[in-house]
Design a protein around this ligand. Structure first.
Ligand code: AMP
Ligand code: AMP
Length: 361
């Protein structure tokens, strides 16, 4: 395994050595406007790879110097497409759609920004849990099988599904009843129930922290904070309780958008400490550790305690609320700064300092 990782990396570094400039490339989806605009703000060239149905988005905003149309996102792995991108000195910026539509990136020869081993940890819930646990964070309990459910839980499925088909329940009977209903409604497949991930539901305020670990400055930066806008759970409060009950409404958690959040200042210490600990542990699990964006997804209880239920080891879409700046990135940089721009800035600084290789793993 280690040998294979080393082999892939040396192949990619050979490609990178030939580059005499940097073009930022990404899949047209998720946070591509953020990434491409950030690259333009830093004076870099941009390429967007998208399908016919997304073309209108990237043509409408003028952030892509070139659009390459794909039939499917996984066509990114085609040798011919890869060759075109390498010829244009592309560094790829991975985001949630890479997880959702492509998976492992081992067959890529194009340099990818960040630590791909940590991105693999992210998609494995057990490894993720170990990472957060070793960082000393407070986590929700998990339940191995539906029969163990003894309190309010949230039921999730493998992979980045954006909350589709998630449900709440508080007993084994309710689990099977609701799972059946979700399958019936076509929100999940029968096999997904077997792989369901059952987690204690934490009642509180949902907060997503987007951080950036900078190898150039050797520091953790808080870039933006958001919460989600989800269908249909966020619509339910607009319906009176008696109508809700009569209508048999069963809310789920499909993400539709995000809102910016500014945190009560005294609560920031927990988040900053958690981010530092997560970065420390990342060095032990995947050398050299975190590079670039990551997100801690949490709920703050009424006692003001931060409970972390997930980590993403790449840019998250919630960080889009921070364009052109969030209160935190503005305080830190004194200029407009947002995740896409921060990534491009790091690549530029690393290039000037001859440390580009330290951003590509
Ligand atoms: P998409 O290309 O829109 O299907 O997004 C790919 C994956 O990223 C989805 O499966 C979602 O899990 C996640 N995602 C996309 N947009 C958002 C968002 N605004 N907030 C949170 N997660 C998102
Ligand atoms: P996820 O796709 O895991 O980010 O979560 C989808 C939705 O469920 C979001 O609104 C989360 O805030 C919420 N959520 C996920 N896990 C928990 C939990 N353990 N306790 C409370 N809310 C959660």
């Amino acid at each position: 395994m280690m040998e294979q990782i080393k082999e892939i990396r040396s192949r990619i570094l050979k490609v990178l050595k030939e580059y005499d400039s940097i073009t930022i490339g990404t899949l047209g989806s998720h946070s591509a406007l953020n990434i491409l605009k950030g690259a333009k703000d830093e004076g870099l060239k941009t390429i967007c790879l998208c399908r016919d149905k997304e073309r209108i988005i990237y043509e409408s905003f003028g952030v892509a110097d070139r659009i390459i149309q794909l039939d499917d996102f996984s066509d990114l792995l085609n040798p011919d497409i890869q060759r075109q991108l390498v010829d244009e000195n592309v560094v790829l910026i991975p985001h949630g759609s890479f997880n959702a539509y492509i998976g492992r990136l081992d067959n890529l020869v194009i340099p990818v920004f960040g630590n791909r081993i940590l991105m693999e940890w992210e998609v494995d819930r057990e490894r993720q849990r170990k990472w957060l646990f070793d960082a000393g964070l407070k986590l929700p309990e998990t339940f191995e099988k539906p029969e163990d459910i003894d309190r309010l839980v949230i039921v999730k499925y493998p992979g980045a599904k954006g909350g589709k088909g998630y449900f709440l329940c508080s007993s084994p009977e309710e689990f099977y009843e609701k799972a059946e209903r979700m399958v019936h409604a076509g929100l999940i497949g029968e096999d997904e129930i077997e792989d369901a991930y059952i987690q204690e539901y934490i009642v509180g305020a949902n907060i997503y922290f987007s951080f950036f670990y900078s190898p150039v400055f050797e520091r953790v930066e808080l870039i933006a904070v958001d919460r989600r806008y989800e269908s249909s759970v966020d619509g339910i409060s607009r319906i009176p309780a008696d109508v809700q009950l009569k209508g048999e409404i069963h809310p789920t958690y499909t993400v539709i958008g995000n809102f910016p959040v500014v945190l009560r200042e005294s609560l920031l210490s927990q988040a900053l400490q958690a981010a530092k600990s997560v970065v420390e542990v990342s060095k032990e699990i995947a050398e050299p550790g975190m590079v670039g964006p990551f997100c801690l997804e949490s709920v703050f209880t009424e006692e003001g305690e931060m409970v972390v239920f997930e980590i993403s080891a790449r840019i998250v879409a919630g960080t889009n609320v921070g364009i052109p700046s969030s209160p935190y990135s503005y305080i830190l940089f004194g200029e407009n700064m947002y995740m896409g721009r921060r990534i491009a800035r790091e690549l530029k600084l690393a290039r000037e300092r001859n440390m580009l290789e330290e951003l590509i793993y």
